[in-house]
Structure formats: C-alpha cells, structure tokens
Design a protein around this ligand. Structure first.
Ligand SMILES: [Ca+2]
Ligand SMILES: [Ca+2]
Ligand SMILES: [Ca+2]
Length: 265
C-alpha cells in the first residue's frame, strides 16, 4: 500500500533520508494525494486555532471596553459628587465667612464697649468722689442731704418774703412738701423749731400754692388750720413732730425757715 502511494507520487523511498525529509515527503503527499479526511482534519485544526485567537481578542477587547466604561462611570460619579459637594460647600463657606466677619465685628464692638465701660466706670468713680466732696462741703455749711435734695434750716428769723429771698440767694427755695415721707423727714430734722415753708395763699385766699407754682393737693395742717386768723397767708411748719403740723400765719411774722435745693437736677 505505502509503496503504491510512493509509486504514484513519484518519490523514491530512501531509508537513509532524514526524518525531516520524511516530514517533507509527507507534506508532499498531503499536497499531491487525494487524502480528503486528513486535509479536512488539518484544515479544521487551522480554523479552530484562528477561531480561538479571534475569540480571545474579542474577550480582551470586551474586557477593555467594559473597563473603560467603568472608568467613565466612575469619573462621572466622582465629577457629579464633586460638583454636588462644591455646590453645597460654597454657600456654607460663604455663610462661614459672613459669620466670621460678624464675629470679628462683634468682638471689636465688645472690646470697644469694654474700653468705654472702663472709662465710664472711671468717670463714675471720679464723679462719685466729687459728689461726696461737694456734699461734705454743703454739710460743713449746715445743709442736710436726703433723696437727691439738700435742706438748710436757718439760724436767723425773718418774714416769709425775706426768708424765701435768702433761700434763692443760696441757689434754693423754701421747701416744698408733697409726700408723707418728706413731711416726716422735715419734722425729724426740724424737731421743735418753727420754720417757714414754701406755701402761700397770698394771691387768692384759700387757694394755696407752692413756690414752684403747683397747687396744694395733700396738706399736713395742724388741727383747726388753716384758719386765716387776721389774714394769714403763709404756711409755717410748727415746732413739734406731728403728722399734721402746719399753720397759716401772717407773712410778716419773723421765723426761721427751711430751704430746699435739688442736688441732682
Ligand atoms: Ca389773705
Ligand atoms: Ca390766708
Ligand atoms: Ca393759722
């Protein structure tokens, strides 16, 4: 059989030929002989190898494309997230900057107020010291201080008009009494001393007015007073500590008097 094949192919058999030659001979055989099954098999092998290469390349390309798409999606997600965070961060940053500025301004205001407060405290301390020194000087001159007013009880005796004039020359006026508290205070400092006060009805009988022009609303008259006995038009504080201790007397009578000076106007 092999010899026939060799004969048909025109190739002599040579036992000394190399294995390579044998291979070549077999190639020639495949080329020249009608061996369809072997040829089909060989052709199929070539096709399978090429198919495997193509499939691998496709898988590689598919993987590359997928990886690329993933990268694109990842970049897109990062970009969207960055934009979103930036959009949220910018208003917060602006608000933060505004609050920081406001805080700095408030701190500056607080510092200024603290400095002003210290200055005012120093000024207040100085004024208090000056007030105390001034009150001491008034006290040395016989004035008595209570509730923002100074009171002076004369040692001389004069009529009502002259008494009032003396008070004015001292920067004061005859005392005005519009409360029970003040009535009791005046009574306490006068003791048994009788003194003119700043109340008169000399303009209109029985219409009593204080020296500041205001009308009398609450009077602390002694029992039976005012009686206008002999045209009594000026009020005098009687010399005993009584809750109702005023008396109307003739204005020409000589008496001590009590002045009042508002210390803080
Ligand atoms: Ca009268
Ligand atoms: Ca009268
Ligand atoms: Ca009287």
């Amino acid at each position: 059989m092999n010899e026939d094949i060799y004969a048909n192919s025109g190739i002599t058999t040579d036992n000394t030929s190399t294995h390579s030659d044998d291979s070549n001979n077999y190639e020639d055989i495949y080329d020249n002989e009608d061996v369809p099954e072997i040829s089909v098999t060989r052709h199929h092998k070539g096709t399978m190898t090429s198919g495997m290469d193509t499939s691998g390349s496709r898988c590689y390309r598919l993987a590359t494309v997928c990886l690329g798409l993933l990268c694109v999606l990842l970049l897109t997600a990062i970009t969207v997230l960055w934009v979103k965070l930036t959009a949220e961060r910018d208003p917060l940053q602006t608000r933060y900057n505004k609050l920081t500025t406001e805080r700095d301004q408030l701190q500056t205001i607080c510092n200024n107020l603290t400095a002003e407060t210290e200055k005012l405290q120093m000024r207040c301390s100085n004024l208090t010291k000056e007030r105390d020194e001034l009150l001491q000087r008034f006290s040395d001159l016989g004035w008595i201080y209570l509730n923002s007013s100074l009171y002076y009880i004369s040692t001389e005796k004069k009529n009502w008009i002259e008494s009032r004039q003396d008070c004015r020359e001292r920067g004061a006026d005859l005392v005005i009494i519009k409360s029970r508290e003040k009535q009791e205070f005046i009574a306490s400092i006068l003791g048994h001393t009788e003194a003119w006060i700043g109340l008169t009805d000399s303009e209109t009988e029985e219409v009593w007015k204080w020296v500041d022009g205001s009308g009398l609303t609450t009077g602390f008259w002694n029992t039976g007073e005012p009686n206008n006995g002999g045209d009594e038009d000026c009020a005098q504080f009687l010399g005993y500590p009584d809750k109702r201790s005023w008396n109307d007397r003739r204005c020409s009578v000589s008496s001590q008097w009590i002045c009042e000076k508002r210390f803080f106007e």
